[in-house]
Design a binder for this molecule. Structure first.
Ligand SMILES: Nc1ncnc2c1ncn2[C@@H]1O[C@H](COP(=O)(O)OP(=O)(O)O)[C@@H](O)[C@H]1O
Ligand SMILES: [Mg+2]
Length: 245
């Protein structure tokens, strides 16, 4: 079976800046994959191309074996953006209705899944309040529920741990593991190294648009080099050697 996400020599240039530079990546189905890097490393740019919202300047991308720009491919993907600009006057149920409609789900399915998901992310008590009254962590939870609405094969999350309190993190980690155990693939960007080490099967570390490490967490972080945080800091510190800039 093809990989969930496959990139081959993908470059995305904005003028002279290569936001993503010759990136090759393989994310196996039914795995949790952490896409790491500091601000500006090229994570969001890559995610937008995986979602078919942006096209590479050169290189090739396959998602669930198809072209990411093809609606048939997108149907398999749930996405949570880095910054969610939801309509502030909607409440969480209405938000789910809105996205459910976009996904082409029928209203009854949406209602049932919305209730279950909002309960699951700890928002049931606030589901009838407008989103403008939500804290950052609550909006994050609403975003997670929205991304899961269509029960997607592939879940793409841009910095999902940012803004979550410790309790929410634990719950979210459990949720992602459960999804993986049901055969779903999760691809998320992060600079939360502790979370990533606990959760991920595979990781890639990005530095200035280039991938400087990729592989199984147990191979990369558990080979006597120390934990993932130490590896990450070492890789970033070796300026010039690997990333070339
Ligand atoms: N639309 C754009 N136009 C110009 N430069 C961009 C654009 N989008 C991203 N970049 C640049 O690409 C680089 C990578 O950005 P991004 O993918 O957002 O990084 P990350 O998500 O890892 O923080 C940055 O230098 C950023 O300024
Ligand atoms: Mg980003």
């Amino acid at each position: 079976m093809t990989a969930a996400i496959e990139l081959e020599g993908v470059t995305r240039a904005f003028g002279a800046v290569k936001a993503v530079d010759s990136l090759s990546l393989r994310v196996g189905r039914g795995t949790i994959f952490g896409f790491l890097g500091v601000n500006g490393a090229g994570k969001t740019t890559t995610i937008k191309m995986v979602l078919g919202l942006d096209r590479p300047t050169s290189g090739r991308i396959a998602v669930m074996g198809g072209d990411p720009a093809d609606p048939a491919t997108r149907r398999h993907i749930g996405y949570m953006p880095e910054i969610a600009n939801y309509y502030p006057y909607l409440n969480a149920f209405e938000l789910m209705d809105f996205y459910g409609g976009l996904c082409g789900l029928d209203r009854r399915t949406v209602r049932a899944r919305a209730a279950e998901l909002l309960e699951r992310v700890g928002l049931a008590h606030a589901a009838k309040r407008p989103l403008r009254t939500y804290s950052k962590g609550m909006l994050q939870r609403a975003g997670i529920a929205q991304a899961l609405l269509s029960d997607p094969e592939l879940l793409v999350l841009d910095e999902p741990f940012t803004g979550l309190d410790p309790l929410a993190r634990v719950g979210f980690r459990e949720l992602l593991r459960e999804l993986r155990d049901r055969g779903r693939t999760i691809f998320f960007s992060s600079h939360e190294l502790g979370e990533t080490e606990l959760l991920c099967d595979g990781i890639a570390i990005m530095k200035a648009g280039r991938c400087v490490r990729q592989g199984a967490v147990k191979d990369l972080a558990g080979d006597g080099e120390g934990n993932l945080e130490r590896l990450f800091l070492r890789v970033l510190a070796s300026e010039g050697e690997e990333a070339g800039r």
